[in-house]
Design a protein around this ligand. Sequence first.
Ligand code: CO8
Length: 266
Amino acid sequence: DATSETPGPVRVEESDGVAVVTIDRPKALNALSAEVLTALGEAFAALAARGTEVRGVILTGAGGRAFVAGADIRAMADLTAAEAARLARLGHEVAAGIEGLGAPVIAAVDGFALGGGCELALACDLIYATDAAKFGQPEVRLGLIPGFGGTVRLPRAVGPQAARELIYTGRTIDAAEAERLGLVARRFADREALMAGARAVIEEISANAHTAVAIAKQVLTAADGTDTATASGIEVEGFERAFATEDHGEGIAAFLEKRDPSFTGR
Ligand code: CO8
């Protein structure tokens, strides 16, 4: 098992092809400063460069109180509107890095996922949470609106009605309600069970053809928000690419020969 560590507010630890990316600024409840966002972007770029060696990523927060309590409010106090917009764009670049990674990324949320923290979780493939998780988009309480994808991805996750209610009220909801709304895919009793559950689903996914999963992720991401005809076209194009892989040949052969497939990622 390889373990690599990057210095700074974001740690990356890897074992058995599963990378755990930890935002480690517990004194500020892991708030997203420019430094954190830059480090996150770099961490996901480094993981992308490793290709199929990375089977899956778990994104989480250190300290036991928060996933991420939002953008760094203290740092934002000194910004001009144009500088704040640059920070928001940096956030969107991080989201694009998460969505562009071939392997699945699971947000493991224990404690607060507020504002930019909820938005960061929404950029991941799946949100898993402990019973102690809390979600919300409190920006309007600060005279702001979500700036890191909340108006885009939250309605897609929970539907326009629940999203408008959350964004207009700034209300914080608990993990059970987040699960009911479809924001959280799975809920766990505590952090240990959360991390084990996230790792288990990555194991389950990585028994499948890596390239097929990567293409499915690309198609789901690219087709999101497009009309039926466009989405269907994107799906067929992805289906054709999957059909042309060696792993598809192997999957068919294994089925016909009544054996387990041995996928190579090609
Ligand atoms: N930014 C900076 N510091 C923070 C943040 C934050 N978002 N949240 C908490 N902290 C700090 C507190 O200032 C405090 O520091 P200190 O001990 O030095 O005073 C420490 O973390 C602990 O926090 P609290 O004492 O407040 O802990 P409580 O248990 O009393 O409350 C809460 C926890 C409810 C989470 C509370 O801290 C809170 O409301 N935090 C702010 C939540 C929020 O409003 N988030 C949204 C921010 S706006 C946003 O995210 C916009 C994103 C848009 C684009 C940006 C691009 C990425």
